[in-house]
Design a protein around this ligand. Structure first.
Ligand code: ZN
Length: 465
């Protein structure tokens, strides 16, 4: 008998965390950070939450891909005594140090800022949930595996990673224990992704955890998305303003560099400056440069041109690593495209650029990724006329464009096609990583078309598997 408890990304899209208790072992699948919670309201401090289990009781941690909403709390496990292995793909192993060091730094900065206010209010200061030192300890525990390699990670427990096509190194998890097989989709890629392969098809499982971020809709067609993208960029040139693109440092940023390069080669890019204003995005882009063998073969010209560096593909690209370089961008009045993190505008340099540009009519903001409920990005998408950024109220005059088609997630039809490939009798299905409305739509379609009942576990719910 085994149990699974859904500690995160249950009827929501962030904070992925599932505890699997087999007859002899306790396995933690993902340990993600929650995003979109109002940190000011969180009395425990930013990013901090009590772990619902003792980290020392866990035998192994298994991660699907590097995004923080799937991995961002593993340093906290280590801080609280976890000393076992942390499994991931070899490429995730290259991305994780970049992302977690950045995360520790941002948490420290956030805590400093909040503590100044708390001090003035006579409240005791917060501690950051984890520090750079915890991240260093965590990195010593990381074990990279190749796609398709099957490994015995504990007596009677086997693990294999398959390509999920979502970001570089992202994986679907196959896990064997107690005579059964569990498959966790991780985040499934959009098959229109310009760089990565399509998600691997899996046929056998007894238990399936499937993401459902876009369970209620399909993305716009690729051609339509590119057309919308170009129209927005053109409008910004005509209006004499800058373009701001909040983007996840891993995945979306590199997709954008690809598309901008493609437009440049076709002579259709009118902006003469593209800035990647993200030290983390820059480091991650370098990991992409070193792993071009994992790219798909859809565009031979890209393969031929992009052999070592992104600038070969997009010559107007500049990387602004230093803070002074980033601040200098505030003086550029028009004709620039600025890509910066974080993807949901909850942190990072994009907040500064939004603060300096949102109140101008001629600014164009391109939202190219999913915006979780409660985030600044979501407020912009939902048409807020005023927002608070870095403690200041800013009026929103900029034009906000939402381009759904760039998503790194499978759309509804793609989720259905991926699920349908499982052999009958179909596995017991749990929908995770989706907001309730979107999960319900997918649940209905699965029942109607495939006669397949899907469960939608609540946070904290335990099921026998
Ligand atoms: Zn992801």
């Amino acid at each position: 008998m085994a149990n699974i408890t859904f500690y995160g990304a249950a009827r929501q899209v962030t904070g992925s965390c599932y505890l699997i208790e087999t007859e002899h072992h306790r396995l933690l699948l993902e340990c993600g950070m929650r995003q979109g919670e109002d940190e000011d309201e969180n009395e425990a401090g930013p990013g901090e939450r009590a772990l619902p289990f003792d980290p020392r009781s866990i035998d192994a941690v298994i991660l699907s891909h590097a995004h923080l909403d799937h991995t961002g709390m593993t340093p906290l496990l280590v801080r609280h005594g976890y000393r076992g292995p942390i499994y991931m793909t070899a490429t995730t192993c290259q991305l994780l140090p970049i992302m977690h060091k950045d995360s520790a730094f941002l948490l420290m900065k956030d805590v400093e800022w909040i503590n100044k206010r708390r001090q003035r209010a006579g409240k005791p200061p917060f501690e950051p949930p984890y520090t750079l030192q915890d991240v260093e300890h965590e990195l010593e525990l990381c074990e990279g595996m190749h796609y398709e390699e099957k490994r015995t990670i504990l007596p009677g427990v086997e693990l294999r990673y398959r390509d999920a096509g979502h970001i570089l190194g992202s994986a679907i998890v196959e896990l064997w224990f107690d005579g059964r097989k569990l498959v966790f989709s991780g985040d499934l890629g959009n098959s229109h992704s310009p760089l990565l392969e399509d998600p691997s098809i899996i046929r056998k499982a007894d238990v399936l955890l499937m993401e459902s971020t876009y369970g209620d809709r399909n993305h716009r067609s690729h051609e339509e998305t590119i057309r919308e993208f170009m129209e927005a960029l053109d409008q910004a040139v005509d209006d004499g303003g800058n373009v701001l693109i909040p983007a996840f440092a891993v995945g979306r940023t590199q997709d954008l560099l690809y598309h901008l390069g493609q437009m440049h080669h076709e002579g259709r890019l009118r902006q003469n400056q593209v800035f990647l204003d993200s030290p983390m995005g820059t480091s991650v882009s370098e990991v992409y440069e070193n792993n071009t063998r994992l790219f798909n073969d859809d565009n031979p010209r890209f393969r031929k041109t992009m052999t070592h560096t992104w600038e070969q593909w997009l010559p107007v690209l500049r990387f602004t690593r230093r803070t002074e370089e980033s601040m200098a961008l505030n003086r550029i009045d028009s004709g620039a495209i600025i890509i910066a993190g974080s993807g949901m505008c909850t942190g990072g340099r994009i907040r500064h650029h939004l603060k300096h540009n949102l109140w101008k009519h001629r600014t164009h903001v391109l939202i190219v990724g999913y915006q979780a409920f409660g985030t600044l990005g979501r407020k912009l998408v939902d048409g807020a006329s005023r927002v608070r950024i870095l403690g200041e109220e800013i009026v929103v005059k900029a034009k906000i464009h939402t381009l759904g088609g760039f998503s790194a997630h499978a759309g509804q039809d793609q989720l259905m096609a991926w699920a349908k490939a499982f052999d009958k009798p179909r596995p017991r299905l749990f929908l995770v990583h989706g907001e309730p409305e979107s999960m319900q739509v997918l649940q209905k379609r699965l029942a109607h078309e495939l006669h397949w009942d899907a469960l939608m576990p609540e946070e904290g719910e335990t099921h026998e598997i």
